[in-house]
Design a protein around this ligand. Structure first.
Ligand code: HEC
Length: 133
């Protein structure tokens, strides 16, 4: 019995470490997937489709659908680094329940610079722009 248990535990450990290694490898190979993983932090406030306490990523992309990709890349890079305030205040007033957040007027996006380096921000922006399609 003890032997069987040990074998079972070993099997679990083995599969877990293999699947983790694979996932990490896959992420490294796929920059878009890496951007998506890095953007986990954004989901405190943004969902891809739904309004949480900030506009959804689809809503943001809809507003800027006629803006050329290069311009949008620069704008989003700046927003992620340095934050944003005022661009969405009017929209948020109509779409976010004040009970949840207190005052919509006071809401802003804090700079994300402390959490990411330039390369990581680039990966996030590239992933974000794939949601346009
Ligand atoms: C603490 C909440 C919070 C977090 C975390 C957050 N955001 Fe935001 N974000 C906001 C709010 C609020 C706005 C609207 C700001 C405004 O009105 O200008 C916003 C706006 C934006 C915009 C639109 C800016 C524009 O030019 O109109 C983008 C793009 C964006 N966020 C991307 C991100 C990404 C990517 C992350 C993660 C790296 C992130 N945000 C993390 C709250 C957040």
């Amino acid at each position: 019995m003890k032997k069987i248990l040990t074998a079972a535990v070993l099997a679990i450990v083995a599969t877990t470490s293999i699947s983790n290694a694979l996932t990490r490898e896959e992420i490294e190979k796929d920059p878009i997937l890496k951007g998506k993983m890095l953007a986990k932090r954004c989901s405190w406030c943004h969902d891809i489709n739904r309004t949480v306490i900030a506009p959804s990523f689809k809503e943001i992309l809809k507003r800027y659908k006629d803006v050329p990709e290069e311009t949008l890349k620069k704008q989003f890079t700046d927003v992620i680094k340095n934050g944003s305030k005022g661009r969405w205040t009017e929209w948020m007033k109509g779409h976010i329940k004040t009970k949840k957040v207190g005052s919509v007027e006071a809401m802003y996006m804090p700079p994300q610079k402390p959490y990411y380096n330039d390369k990581e921000i680039e990966l996030i922006v590239n992933w974000l722009l794939t949601l346009k399609k």
